[in-house]
Design a protein around this ligand. Structure first.
Ligand code: 6GU
Length: 278
């Protein structure tokens, strides 16, 4: 898998040389290049922004350097064959477009589901905007060479796309086979099954008058699994009821349904619905 990141602050992406993602790069599991947008400018001042048409505060990123950068990056990476498209016999194999991700608080929300989807791509290009954003025509024009997606981390505003790219590359990169040493860690983490992760404990079993829940010391794997499941549900109901509302609970066991009931939910048509008065 290949990642390209374009930014006017390439140094901002330096942490991608560290830890799991850095190791995956040196191990050849993923390729990642950071490009300075200013190196695609033509003028002496290396200008990347200008005032907005229609007036208003701030500056807008000019289209020309972005077009040059996105063109060069698409040309440099040989497009991967599209496994989904079946070319007619004798025809050149169909080519899959790389995906262009434009971090923006006005984008679709980045979720674990989207991370999984993007981890299945061969080539992701991230365009980090600063100021008030990138001239809208760039995103329209880029759609010829790229599948373009505006993506937001959540409902708050950052100064630019760089921090969002750090988060997205980490979330996507760790899903590439081999990047996370023990693939089991990906199975029981928060959001992998639409619920939050259960609480975890380590030694010592008693610390400052606080004991690790007895069941975790019992060695009874059935009871431990039940305890963890119950706490996943409790935690999700308390902290993220919006996740419970979206969950398909049609395959929930009697025990799981009982926990939901205790938490104030009934199961109706495969959904957890809040009981009135609770
Ligand atoms: Cl992806 N970009 C910016 N600039 N602000 C954000 C964001 C992204 N996600 C949340 N806030």
């Amino acid at each position: 898998m290949r990642f390209d990141v374009v930014s006017i602050f390439p140094e901002y992406l330096a942490p991608l040389e560290l830890s799991l993602i850095g190791k995956a790069r040196t191990d050849g599991l993923l390729e990642l290049a950071v490009h300075d947008l200013r190196s695609y400018t033509q003028d002496r001042h290396r200008t990347v922004d200008d005032t907005p048409y229609g007036g208003g505060a701030g500056m807008v990123m000019k289209p020309e350097p972005w077009a040059q950068a996105l063109e060069d990056i698409a040309a440099a990476a040989p497009p991967a064959p599209d496994k989904a498209a079946a070319p007619s016999p004798g025809a050149a194999p169909a080519r899959k477009k790389p995906t262009l991700i434009v971090p923006s608080p006005a984008g679709e929300v980045f979720t674990q589901q989207l991370a999984y989807e993007l981890a299945g791509e061969d080539h992701l290009v991230f365009a980090c905007g600063r100021y008030e954003g990138i001239d809208e025509r760039v995103l329209e024009w880029a759609a010829e060479q790229y599948t373009v997606r505006s993506v937001s981390l959540g409902d708050y505003v950052l100064n630019g796309g760089e921090v969002a790219v750090l988060a997205m590359v980490e979330a996507i990169g760790r899903l590439i086979p081999g990047v996370v040493g023990n693939p089991e860690s990906l199975v029981e983490e928060s959001h992998s099954d639409g619920l939050l992760e259960y609480p975890v404990y380590t030694k010592p079993s008693s610390w400052r008058d606080r004991d690790v829940p007895e069941v975790l010391l019992s060695g009874n794997h059935g009871k431990i699994a039940k305890f963890r499941r119950e706490h996943q549900l409790r935690r999700t109901a308390a902290r993220r009821p919006d996740l419970l509302d979206k969950l398909d609970v049609s395959n929930f066991s009697k025990t799981e349904r009982n926990v939901l009931w205790e938490l104030g939910y009934a199961v109706v048509d495969g959904r957890a619905v809040r009981r009135t008065g609770k």
